[in-house]
Design a protein around this ligand. Structure first.
Ligand SMILES: Nc1ncnc2c1ncn2[C@@H]1O[C@H](COP(=O)(O)OP(=O)(O)OP(=O)(O)O)[C@@H](O)[C@H]1O
Ligand SMILES: [Mg+2]
Length: 244
């Protein structure tokens, strides 16, 4: 049975300084359950990252509500949100968010250390092999290429057995082979019951998810169940027409 994992109601987000404020999200409703692979597509600046941050509790919406496992995230204490991140949620950042002073290996195992879980070094080396990671795990993030840093960020999220994975363009810096390898890992996790919400520019990848939302200018313009590339392209074209 699929269990409801995320429920967002009328989420808005206003950003900017006093006197120069803009509403970036205009009342977004979204629900997703365990085992579902949801993708969010849309042009640059449409609010995808902001939405993902609101859904995961990294950022508080200006109005509206977000619930994870029926727990309201609005005004949740720092302690509770930290616990949620240690136990249930993984977030793959668009900008990787690796700690510069820690080696690649130490970055990967950081969530395990924080939650006092056992670290299986062999498993981590196997995972990195399967991700086609060729660099040395003792290196610092600054000594790695963008794609290698992205793989470290992905591995950090995958080693933690999260129930929900938020992934913000997780394969943007990768070649097509690595992109497919990582996508397949996420697909397998969804098939084993993990709820995945992935932002992507890649229509081909979105077409392999269970449902796609087309975001434009802070609004969900279309929702495509069992998406295919032609369905997504036509949904995006309709969206453009609606805006012109
Ligand atoms: N802290 C902030 N202050 C003011 N405006 C912001 C802030 N963060 C984001 N924005 C604006 O909000 C809009 C949406 O940004 P967001 O990063 O969510 O877009 P995105 O869809 O993820 O774009 P991309 O595909 O380029 O990653 C943009 O116009 C951006 O300039
Ligand atoms: Mg973004």
């Amino acid at each position: 049975m699929n269990i409801m994992k995320i429920m967002a109601n009328k989420v808005t987000k206003v950003m900017g300084n006093k006197g120069n404020q803009i509403e970036i999200l205009h009342g977004i409703d979204l629900q997703t359950s365990s085992g579902e692979f949801l993708s969010i597509i849309g042009p640059s600046g449409s609010g995808k990252t902001t939405l993902l941050k609101c859904l995961s509790g990294l950022v508080q919406p200006t109005s509206g509500t977000v619930k994870i496992d029926n727990q309201l995230l609005n005004n949740i204490s720092e302690r509770k949100i930290a616990k949620l991140r240690r136990t249930k949620i993984s977030y793959i950042f668009q900008s990787y968010n690796l700690l510069p002073a820690l080696s690649a290996f130490d970055n990967i195992v950081l969530p395990l250390r924080l939650s006092r879980q056992r670290i299986n070094k062999t498993k981590i080396y196997q995972l990195m092999n399967s991700l086609n990671f060729k660099a040395d795990l003792k290196q610092l993030p600054a000594e790695l290429s963008g794609g290698e840093q992205q793989k470290v960020a992905i591995a950090r999220a995958l080693t933690m057995k999260a129930e929900i994975i938020f992934a913000d363009e997780p394969t943007g810096a990768l070649d097509s082979t690595s992109r497919q390898i990582i996508f397949d890992q996420l697909r397998q996790l969804a098939d084993s019951g993990v709820c995945i919400v992935m932002v992507t520019h890649d229509i081909g990848q979105a077409a392999q998810t269970d449902r796609a939302l087309v975001l434009n200018d802070g609004q969900v313009m279309a929702e495509v169940n069992h998406p295919t590339e032609p369905l997504l392209i036509s949904a995006m074209n309709e969206t453009k027409k609606a805006i012109i």
